[in-house]
Design a protein around this ligand. Sequence first.
Ligand code: SF4
Length: 344
Amino acid sequence: MNQQATLLTRPDWRLELQQAFRNPNDLLEYVGLDASQFFEDSRARELFPLLVPRPFARLIKPGDANDPLLRQVLPLKQEFDDTPGYTADPLLEQGDNVAVDKNQGLLHKYQSRILIILKGGCAVNCRYCFRRHFPYQEIRFSQQELSQTIDYLTRNPQINEVILSGGDPLMASDKTLTRIIDALSNVTQLKRLRIHSRLPIVIPTRITETLVGILANTRLKTSLVLHANHANEISAELKHRLASLYKAGIHLFNQSVLLKGVNDNVDSLTELSESLFDCDVLPYYLHQLDKVSGAAHFEVSDDTAQQLWLGMNARLPGFLVPKLVREVGGENSKTAIMPDGRFK
Ligand code: SF4
């Protein structure tokens, strides 16, 4: 089959992935910016490759160097800053304390939930990502790993929820997702399936009728937790496709990361919650940044975060105000950092 024929037979989202920007200069040219103002030190891209799908790039405001979407994906020289307290593995996921067997991509951090790192890669590389130094290449989740996971579940009957994570679990093919979800639905103790994904945000066409069917046709209560950080990420296409998931009974949530220069103001955070709910998505968590090396320039202090949270609380109904939390390596739940311990 020639290359053109391969492209035509691939699902849209795979095509989008293939055509994503991988070179900062190409992305900057596309959004009408002069690369020389960013890359006095072009080594930044060596740290964690740039990867930006075109549907996401189309949402970046042309000519705006401070665009909140651009800031999330563009390598900057500050990534070389060596900031005390910032490490390669801020959540201690690469140690033996939480990984059942890191080669099988299974993490058991919380008593009643396990997390499967189904796919190492993502459709976008976010500069603030806490897994930017994660050994993705060691992750494989094939039939053998699935069988080991089912065994592990059987030996741990307190686990009632499986979280598919990554990387991005929706990078898996529909066939793989079907096989895994079918196997998990046969484990009688399991009640819930949760999928954490940013893929629909950057390539909305990942939500196909087939995917909706896969997620809807299981006895498990299924949730999709999106990872949107700014209202500008929510396109009309995404809204349209989320409606199919909602109609099929999939529970939709969102978690965001509080990022300096992206969403660190009350207007942005409020607008994000409003836009999410317009798509029937509930804001769930607002995370403080994980202190991963190379991301310190995104840090917002806890004091500022609390002020922002109070500002949102004053403007929004309670169900649209996400919990302000931080993940602490080794802790068995997220740590609430809301003012005066509100709603812990
Ligand atoms: S989509 Fe999530 S896991 Fe992937 S690079 Fe972005 S933040 Fe990291």
